[in-house]
Design a protein. Structure first.
Length: 372
């Protein structure tokens, strides 16, 4: 997810206004620089880097800018080489669908796609190669390839130098904000599941799959962005206006959130599979529904699992808030409830289902021992 660390889905209006102002300045400055330089009368490529490079994580601009600059250079070289040997399209050739115009287009397209995927980096191809090649092909004017290269370079340099200096975000504050947002969403989700278990309803709420898909990814992205931000403290203080040290325990709590997101995802997924299997058995089985209204009879073992889930959620919530004492007390209670649940239902084979909770308990215990 974008951001320096686990940023909420809807940033506050003030943060959005700062991002908009930063983008506008970084797009306007290279535009007027190129107009003053006289590269062209409409230097759109100079303004595009601000739109395509700037993110909430402004300190990632150098890496994104380098990828874009290399893509522009390769795209310019490919299109120039192809159009040197094959005739560029003209108004008459295009309207007549001549073979030469089609051949030149296919050559630019194939070479651009090859260059785009050969420069695969960061889990995605460098699309700037193909975009630049096609734009130059469509604008077959003398001097345009060089003008686009110069304008793109001016825009990229402006974004890299000026972007992080304009209202720079505090990555550590973003980490705390994102962690709090994730903690609230997770608590609400686990509370809803526990309530359904206690009421004897199907263990997986209808909204669970859609909500959880994005929820489990937030700690992973937040931790990765936080670690990148910590490494950037070696940059000059003028370039990185953030505290030299993060708040106490933020990194450890982010790691706990990332670790427990996997274990709780496993637990909720197992609940979902059990609910799906139970629904299939009721609709296709020979005995039909368990109750006259068509719903299933409450499962005592799953119903007794609700207090254990609530206690686990409270322990994790306390640990993510930094309240280690409350987390330790609630963890001991959760382990006692787990033992009581297993003793009350000795014939149930719920080891796979409880594994997600057991791994969550271990993660909390490791976190508390490291903090102690």
């Amino acid at each position: 997810m974008p951001g320096t660390a686990a940023v909420p889905h809807n940033p506050p209006p003030r943060a959005r206004l700062r991002s908009a102002a930063r983008l506008a300045v970084c797009a306007a400055v290279p535009w007027f620089l190129c107009l003053w330089w006289g590269t062209s009368t409409v230097p759109v490529p100079a303004a595009l880097p601000a739109v395509l490079i700037l993110r909430e994580d402004v300190y990632a601009a150098p890496r994104l800018a380098w990828d874009r600059l290399v893509g522009v250079v390769v795209g310019v070289a490919l299109s120039t080489f192809v159009l040197h040997w094959l005739p560029p399209p003209s108004a008459s050739s295009v309207t007549s669908a001549s073979a030469s115009a089609s051949l030149s287009f296919l050559a630019v397209l194939v070479c651009g796609c090859a260059g785009m995927y050969l420069m695969y980096r960061g889990g995605s191809p460098n699309q700037q190669v193909l975009i630049t090649a096609l734009v130059i092909y469509a604008t077959a004017a003398p001097g345009y390839p060089l003008a686009r290269l110069v304008e793109s370079a001016v825009g990229i340099v402006t974004v890299v130098v000026l972007g992080p200096l304009l209202w720079p975000p505090d990555p550590y504050r973003s980490a705390v904000t994102g962690l709090d947002a994730y903690r609230r969403e997770l608590s609400g989700l686990l509370a809803a599941v526990a309530s359904r278990l206690a009421a004897g309803a199907p263990p997986a709420a209808p909204e669970l799959p859609g909500e959880a898909e994005d929820l489990w990814l937030q700690p992973q992205g937040g931790l990765a962005a936080y670690e990148r931000a910590a490494r950037r403290t070696r940059l000059p203080r003028l370039y990185l206006r953030t505290p030299s040290r993060p708040p106490d325990g933020v990194g450890e709590r982010l790691r706990l959130a990332a670790r427990t997101a996997l274990t709780l995802q496993f637990f909720t997924q197992e609940l979902r599979e059990r609910a799906r299997a139970a629904t299939t058995a009721r609709t296709t089985g020979p005995n039909g529904p368990d109750r006259p209204d068509g719903s299933a009879r409450p499962d005592p073992a799953l119903r007794d699992l609700a207090p254990l889930l609530r206690s686990t959620a409270l322990s994790l919530d306390s640990a993510l808030r930094g309240d280690d004492r409350a987390a330790e007390l609630e963890l001991e209670r959760a382990r006692g409830l787990d033992l009581a649940q297993r003793e009350a239902h000795p014939n149930r084979h719920d080891a796979v289902l409880r594994t997600g909770l057991h791994l969550t308990h271990e993660a909390i215990a490791d976190h508390l021992s490291a903090r102690g």
